[in-house]
Design a binder for this molecule. Sequence first.
Ligand SMILES: *Cc1c(COP(=O)(O)O)cnc(C)c1O
Length: 213
Amino acid sequence: MHDPKNTLILIKKEIQEINPNSQLIVVTKTFGMSKILPIIETGHNHFGENKVQEAVEKWSTIKKTYPKIKLHMIGKLQTNKVKFAVQLFDYIHSVDNEKLAKKIADEQLKVNKKLKIFLQVNIGDENQKSGINKNNLDQLVSYCKEIELDVVGLMCIPPADINPENYFEEMKKLNNDFGFTELSMGMSSDFLLAIQHHSTYVRIGSSIFGERT
Ligand SMILES: *Cc1c(COP(=O)(O)O)cnc(C)c1O
């Protein structure tokens, strides 16, 4: 039978062999705490959710019980949810416009907290996808500096169903150009390739827990 704990250990070993500095984010969206707790109990600390409301319901209490847990917001973030996101999360991977960046900076000031921020790049230039166009990235990076957001790197979700290698390579170069130290890319299907292209945070859900329904 498929055991999430065994898969977790295997995946961590595979990551470790390529780049010991890469961090696994276990993506727990749609899964309940009964599935997640055994993973927490292995000592794993980094978890990702894509909806603020779901994350607040699932993690507010548990995070107090396990203070070492780091929560990553990996989904699209609406400005009216930023207040709750800033209170709960430690990282936001999906900042792609100035209005959202400013809202995060303002809310952080109110609660005296500073999250680590990734700027999401629409690397395949797809209409339906979130993320900033790479040609406008320069401006967003400057703006985030101005308002003192702690931007640690870039994030992407490359186009589905084609080999992501060229996109990963492009992201690696962009990240280097800006001098960022962290890079958020790679999911269940392509995380090893992403790490070979210097990803430092891979986001993995279904290969650990099984398919989401
Ligand atoms: C759901 C999700 C993941 C995890 O995807 P899997 O294919 O289940 O590993 C990674 N990143 C983002 C932004 C997601 O929404």
